[in-house]
Design a protein around this ligand. Structure first.
Ligand SMILES: NC(=O)c1ccc[n+]([C@@H]2O[C@H](COP(=O)([O-])OP(=O)(O)OC[C@H]3O[C@@H](n4cnc5c(N)ncnc54)[C@H](OP(=O)(O)O)[C@@H]3O)[C@@H](O)[C@H]2O)c1
Length: 320
């Protein structure tokens, strides 16, 4: 398969590296300049749970030189908030048989892609692999779970089968779902319960479970999302509250990705997690006050104003 990975940061580099190790594939990444320079000079190194050095990856900083080539698969691996821009950039590369696989966490990502690409060309994926970019050209594999694929249109089922087979041959654990929105929502509800609380308190996932009040708030946050999913007729086969607590326990030592984004001064994906639950709650008449509040607070933190503002006010009050 001729594969393009659009936005090869953490998860994109992991997928690009493993797919390129499979002789069936010809892999190119589009990434930021630091990453492109490193990959062109030294190849891509995968560390952690998987150890590989991959030399046969092509790299570009933009899609412009790639427009004339015929792509079988484009993995969209930018953050959810970059999907709209990245989709516009890849749209001239889409031929009738090109499949675009969206691997973001969060709700509503594919709606952004649908504005510029037909649903017959789009596949939604949810991955339980984990990775971070340690340095340019070096990606650390921190978790290696399933990747679940589902089409937006029944017409692309054969393409999904081919992609799933290719991913399996490249070492991934792959499943196909006939209701990918269930999987997207279930993972998002777990993130909605853990991520903002970890972010606002600075706690590791496991510490969140040590406070009964916090556990009640987490459960209610997830349940608000369950009520929205119910209104939208999205089936949730597992109990999302139970799954949230199990996930926090299983990842007890981790700081969640939203907290890590805040620590690095980066934007978070809150708009596509609690923000999406809150927006869809408003449009379906379901009350979601906790998700609304958490979105507001995390967005304040993103702007780095909350702590500073609080201190400014405290100091001002003492003086006056
Ligand atoms: N990392 C994980 O373990 C993991 C696991 C499961 C799911 N996910 C999901 O996968 C998605 C990506 O996460 P990530 O952690 O891999 O993010 P990431 O490390 O930030 O990687 C995305 C990369 O794409 C770049 N980018 C954005 N727009 C681009 C464009 N138009 N052209 C070229 N490069 C572009 C970004 O650069 P800038 O930062 O400069 O924009 C960044 O380097 C998220 O939705 C996340 O929730 C991640």
């Amino acid at each position: 398969m001729k594969i393009l990975v659009m936005g090869a940061g953490s998860i994109g580099s992991l997928f690009a590296g493993l797919l390129a190790c499979n002789n069936e594939n010809d892999v190119t990444i589009v990434a930021r300049e630091f990453q492109v320079k490193a990959v062109k000079s030294y190849g891509l190194k995968i560390k952690g749970l998987i150890e590989k050095t991959v030399k046969n990856i092509k790299a570009e900083t933009s899609v412009q030189p790639l427009i004339k080539e015929a792509w079988d698969l484009i993995l969209l691996t930018v953050k959810a908030y970059s999907v709209s821009e990245a989709s516009k950039q890849i749209s001239p590369l889409i031929k009738e048989k090109t499949m675009v696989l969206c691997l973001q966490n969060g709700i509503g990502v594919e709606d952004e892609v649908l504005k510029v690409i037909r649903k017959e060309n789009i596949i939604r994926g949810v991955t339980f692999c984990g990775a971070f970019l340690e340095k340019p050209g070096i990606v650390v594999s921190t978790g290696f779970g399933k990747t679940i694929l589902g089409g937006l249109s029944p017409r692309n089922y054969d393409n999904i089968l081919d992609i799933a087979e290719n991913f399996k041959n490249s070492g991934f654990y792959v499943e196909i779902s006939d209701n990918i929105q269930s999987i997207v929502w279930t993972k998002t509800l777990v993130n909605a319960g853990i991520n903002p609380y970890g972010t606002l308190t600075g706690m590791r996932n496991g510490e969140l479970l040590e406070y009964e009040d916090l556990k009640l708030l987490i459960a209610e946050t997830v349940l608000e999302g369950v009520r929205v999913a119910d209104k939208l007729k999205i089936p949730l086969p597992e109990d999302p509250v139970d799954l949230t607590f199990k996930t926090a326990k299983a990842t007890a030592e981790n700081f969640n990705s939203m907290l890590q984004d805040i620590k690095r001064g980066r934007r978070t994906e809150i708009d596509y997690i609690n923000g999406a639950i809150s927006r869809l709650g408003s449009s379906t008449g379901v009350s979601t006050p906790l998700n609304m509040l958490l979105t507001f607070l995390v967005k304040r933190l993103e702007k780095n104003t909350m702590v500073e503002e609080l201190w400014r006010r405290v100091i001002h009050q003492k003086i006056s």
